[in-house]
Write a new protein. Sequence first.
Length: 127
Amino acid sequence: MCLRNQIQGLQENVRKLPKLPNLSPLAIKHLWIRTALFERVLDKIVHYLVENSSKYYEKEALLMDPVDGPILASLLVGPCALEYTKMKTADHFWTDPSADELVQRHRIHSSHLRQDSPTKRPALCVR
């Protein structure tokens, strides 16, 4: 029963999301997977589906397989253990510096470290 409450909570979270006009219908259709992964319950949902696969899937389905279904559910435990707090947002193009800016910052920082040295590296002397 607890899993059912978690699923209902996920559905409520998805409903509360602002309108996403830039996402394709396919992306919106599969948004629950991303939400379940962020909430760290995707493995529990798939495990529930594997245990009750006869209710939801045809006999040829991957989740109906007595070996592959549980393996798939157990493989999701790892990704669900991670915390996804550093995800890029829609405005990351405006907040992340460009490659040119990063190179410029590096040059400025490097020049402070070697003010007395010439701009070119000295040649290697082989004896």
